[in-house]
Design a protein. Structure first.
Lengths: 168, 821
């Protein structure tokens, strides 16, 4: 099995965007890739806006991986799926509607297959609508965060973060 | 047969015999048979009367006789009475002129007026002017006697009763009109003295034969000997009278009684002269005394009686002054009486004796010994009939036959009764056996039915679990079948009810299966199925059983094949892609999201207002125009406004994920959510309802605590609570309804005391003029208002709102709030 690194994540993001674009018949892409290492507690405190979180686990070393998508990603994807525009009309998104959660689940369903294509065997654990409800790392754990901007029709709508522990 | 039954049968037989004996006794004692005493035809009226008296008396005596043997009793009385009575008869004959033609005189009218005289035309002492018959018709003694004249002579000689001349219907004399003595002819025929020829003729003008003469006289004079002879060959001296001669018996009797004398020949066909006939009659014992006068005229001795001499006497024309003359009438007294009695009855008690008979006779007839009257009673066996005849004629045969028949009937009745009892016992046994058999069969049948039912249930559940789609298809087929039935056309919900019972059954056996089945249902059936589930109450066991069995018989058995639209649609859907379907069958796939048409308006409204407005626009876009109007009417205007702008940008995006979404949303809208989050939400809704009713200070205290510990929950509770300020969400009509319900403008003014102007204006816009005036006055009167008072007023208004909500005069307030959030 390959280890998770930037290249792998980039390749994964390509495949992931391809899968969900095909699935939702929408031009979804991930841009402006960034990576950083932070303490998990810092990550939590910095992440104020609500996120749709998918918790997975590496099947070989049981290391957790979380993929967090900000709510606008899901709302914009939903809007684009049901209309000709992905534009978000709400200024502040505090909760997801039924359809947005459905879209979120469907997006999450493509995370593991996208990793698997690159010989990275993960197991889906669960989805959560609040980052605080997921505790894959200790607060003092150093984690690596890979950030992408979630763009639809080349217009950035939100951001997606892939986090995993540096502890091996 | 047991002893008891035998004893019963014997008792029955004895009882019946006793009854028969009793009946016979009553019959013998109280029913006197007319044949008890038999006698020959009477001779004269007087004799008959006397004999009748004797018989009556003897009869009475015989009632008590004890004698089981038949015997004959003969009573002979010979009375030597004077031949003439002292009675004189005055007669006044008409004055009749005599002439030489006396012989041609016609019979005198009223000839019967002189009994014993005129009635006897043969009288040889004819009074002047009353010539005898012989004289009249110039009958000589040597003349041959005709049969008719002989009949007349007999009627006179033996005083035959004239009433006997009335012939019975069976004895019609066809040639009786040929003689003037037709009455006498009828009389002797009726008395069986002379018989008719086989042709029915009497032949009155034929000459009388000697055999006929003797026969007639014997029949009259010796009636007691009127039985047939037992001779085998003729023992008569007459060579010309064989045993087979028709008058054999009578000739024999005449000979025995010396009416005729022995001779070599009898000459039965010899013609009889008048004199011979009269002479023979004279010798008979029973001739009437009057016959003494009926001697043939002695012309040669007494000229006065000669016919030819009468003319001389009658020359004076009036030949007799009859007014001064008294004539003796002929005697009507009897000379002898013979009575023959046959006693052949079983008579109880006393035996009758000859002394008793004698005393009876003497009580009727005065017998004068000085006159040398004789009185003889003789008794002898009735007859010397052959034994076989006597056996044959035994009078008790009839009783024996009767008893035998009664015994046979009794026996067969007893046998029949026994058989009937046996039959009844067998019948009861058979019925009992049949009942037991039926009960056993019913039990077996019930057990088999239960086993069968258990198997059916297992089959259905297995099918529903293993092949839910196939099972759902079968349910849809059944539904289609039911809907086609006339019985369910008027009550379509009943068909859904049957389906629902089956769904509930499989869900009971495999919880959660109903959800899968309903999801697989065609959208047009989902709403009605859900509605049926909601409305259905407790399902009776029998009803569920009959439904399950009916479904099994129709759809789980290979014996029954069901086609229909559902089946064809399924085959088409399974076999062909959408494109193929369109090409081959020209069938369009069911439009996506058409289920929205069947979702309750309140539910779709609640969903739409809580949904992404783009998604909401998408769903509204899928509704029909009519449905769209229904939904938009209930949507809050703000929501509708935000949704409407997306209607033009809705994207039809048919793909797999869209189908999946359709299924998902269908589940939510038809079945509802059962997730933890949903349950938590319901808890929050309940908590918010409680908070609404709490006093403000208490509520605020709890809220302060929540704000510190669980601000998210507080937000959610507040979002669920319908507060006074939320009244703004009501439509104008609902506002007016509320104001009318409140009526108390002072309370409303109090509640609105510290409210924003926009909120107050919202109320004012819906006031009537009267309410506006009252409200303004109330506002002006408000002074030194405490917060508690305001809270109290607001609380009362919310309570009024809840009341309206309960009465369904306004929509659900929580839903209204959720839809606006």
């Amino acid at each position: 099995m390959n280890e998770i690194d930037e290249d792998h994540i980039k390749q994964w993001s390509l495949l992931f965007s391809d899968l969900i674009s095909a699935k939702f018949k929408s031009n979804i892409s991930f841009k402006d890739f960034e990576s950083e290492e932070v303490i998990y507690s810092e990550f939590l405190s910095e992440t104020v806006e609500p996120h749709w979180v998918t918790l997975c686990e590496d099947t070989t070393d049981h290391q957790p991986i979380i993929v967090a998508m900000s709510y606008p990603c899901l709302v914009a994807t939903t809007n684009r799926f049901f209309s000709t525009s992905a534009k978000i009309y709400k200024e502040e998104i505090k909760a997801l509607s039924f359809t947005e959660r459905f879209i979120g689940e469907e997006i999450s369903n493509e995370i593991v297959p996208a990793f698997a294509t690159h010989d990275m065997q993960l197991t889906f654990i669960r989805n959560e609508m609040n980052l605080g409800l997921v505790r894959p790392f200790h607060e003092d754990d150093s984690i690596t965060i890979y950030k992408f901007n979630w763009a639809i029709e080349n217009e950035t709508m939100g951001e997606m973060k892939v986090c995993h522990s540096n502890v091996l | 047969m047991n002893i008891k039954n035998k004893f019963k049968r014997i008792a029955w037989a004895l009882l019946m015999l006793s009854a028969i004996g009793g009946a016979l006794y009553v019959a013998l004692v109280f029913q006197k048979d007319m044949d008890e005493i038999k006698y020959l035809p009477p001779e004269s009226i007087l004799k008959r009367q006397i004999r009748s008296d004797i018989e009556t008396n003897i009869n009475n005596a015989l009632l008590n006789i004890i004698d089981r043997s038949d015997f004959e009793l003969a009573v002979h009385i010979n009375l030597n009475q004077d031949e003439r009575t002292e009675e004189l008869i005055k007669y006044e004959p008409k004055e009749i002129s005599t002439s030489k033609q006396t012989k041609s005189l016609t019979p005198i009218p009223k000839i019967n007026a002189l009994p014993g005289l005129i009635d006897n035309p043969f009288h040889n002492e004819s009074l002047p002017g009353f010539p005898s018959y012989f004289d009249q018709y110039d009958i000589e003694k040597d003349d041959f006697l005709t049969r008719a004249m002989f009949a007349k002579i007999l009627s006179v000689a033996y005083q035959l009763p004239q009433d006997a001349a009335l012939l019975s219907e069976s004895q019609e004399i066809i040639d009786n009109s040929e003689t003037e003595f037709n009455d006498s002819v009828s009389l002797v025929v009726n008395k069986d003295i002379l018989k008719l020829y086989q042709s029915g003729e009497f032949r009155p003008n034929d000459f009388l034969s000697k055999a006929s003469l003797i026969t007639a006289l014997v029949r009259i004079n010796y009636p007691t000997s009127n039985y047939y002879s037992s001779d085998v060959i003729s023992d008569l001296p007459f060579n010309d009278i064989p045993k087979t001669h028709w008058a054999y018996n009578e000739i024999k009797i005449a000979l025995e009684n010396k009416l005729i004398n022995e001779d070599i020949y009898f000459n039965p066909n010899k013609k009889v002269t008048v004199e011979e006939a009269l002479q023979t009659i004279e010798n008979t014992p029973l001739r009437a005394n009057t016959f003494n006068y009926y001697k043939f005229p002695k012309k040669q001795h007494d000229d006065i009686f000669k016919t030819e001499n009468k003319q001389e006497i009658t020359e004076s024309n009036v030949y007799y002054n009859q007014e001064k003359t008294m004539f003796k009438s002929p005697s009507t007294k009897i000379k002898n009486i013979s009575i023959r009695l046959i006693i052949n009855e079983i008579i109880l008690r006393d035996a009758i004796t000859l002394e008793r008979i004698e005393s009876i006779v003497r009580s009727v007839v005065e017998i004068n010994n000085e006159r040398n009257d004789t009185f003889v009673i003789s008794s002898y066996p009735f007859t010397n009939l052959p034994m076989i005849v006597r056996i044959y004629k035994w009078q008790h045969w009839q009783k024996i036959y009767f008893m035998i028949i009664v015994s046979i009937l009794g026996y067969f009745s007893s046998v029949f009764y026994e058989k009937y009892k046996h039959h009844k016992i067998n019948q009861n046994k058979l019925l009992l056996l049949k009942k037991q058999k039926e009960e056993k069969l019913a039990k077996i049948h019930q057990e088999e039915e239960e086993k069968s039912y258990a198997r059916i249930k297992r089959d259905i559940v297995d099918e529903a679990v293993k092949d839910t789609a196939g099972f759902t298809l079968k349910l849809e087929k059944w539904l289609e079948l039911l809907q086609l039935n006339q019985q369910y056309k008027d009550k379509p919900q009943a068909a859904y009810e049957k389906i629902v019972i089956l769904i509930l059954f499989v869900d009971f056996e495999r919880p959660g299966l109903s959800t899968e089945i309903i999801k697989l249902f065609h959208s047009e059936h989902i709403k009605d199925t859900i509605t049926s589930i909601e409305t259905i109450s407790k399902v009776e066991t029998d009803k569920a059983k009959s439904n399950i069995i009916e479904f099994h018989e129709n759809f789980m058995s290979s014996k029954t094949l069901v086609g229909g639209k559902t089946a064809s649609n399924y085959i088409i859907d399974s076999a062909f892609s959408e494109k193929e379907k369109r090409n081959i069958f020209n069938i369009n796939k069911e439009e996506p999201f058409t289920f929205v048409e069947h979702i309750p308006t309140s539910k779709i409204k609640e969903f739409i207002v809580s949904e992404n407005e783009v998604v909401a626009a998408f769903l509204l876009n899928k509704c029909s125009e009519h449905r769209l109007l229904e939904i938009t009417e209930v949507l809050p205007s703000a929501s509708l406004k935000s949704i409407a702008k997306h209607l033009v940008s809705v994207r039809n995006n048919p793909c797999e994920i869209m189908d999946k979404f359709e299924e998902k949303i269908k589940d939510k809208l038809f079945i509802g959510e059962s997730s933890e989050s949903s349950k938590n939400k319901i808890q929050l809704q309940k908590a918010s309802s409680v908070f609404e009713t709490l006093p403000k200070d208490v509520r605020m205290s709890i809220f302060d605590n929540l704000q510190e510990n669980d601000p998210d929950t507080l937000v959610q509770i507040k979002a669920e609570m319908f507060m006074f300020e939320d009244i703004e969400m009501l439509t104008d009509v609902e506002m007016q309804t509320l104001i009318f319900e409140i009526k108390d403008m002072e309370m409303l003014a109090m509640a609105l005391n510290k409210s924003p102007k926009e909120f107050v204006d919202r109320f004012k816009q819906n006031f009537s003029e009267r309410f506006a005036t009252q409200f303004d006055n109330a506002v002006q009167r408000l002074e030194d208002i405490q917060d508690e008072q305001i809270d109290k007023a607001q609380y009362d208004i919310v309570r009024a709102l809840r009341k309206l909500e309960k009465n369904e005069r306004i929509p659900n307030l929580k839903e209204l709030k959720r839809s606006t959030q």
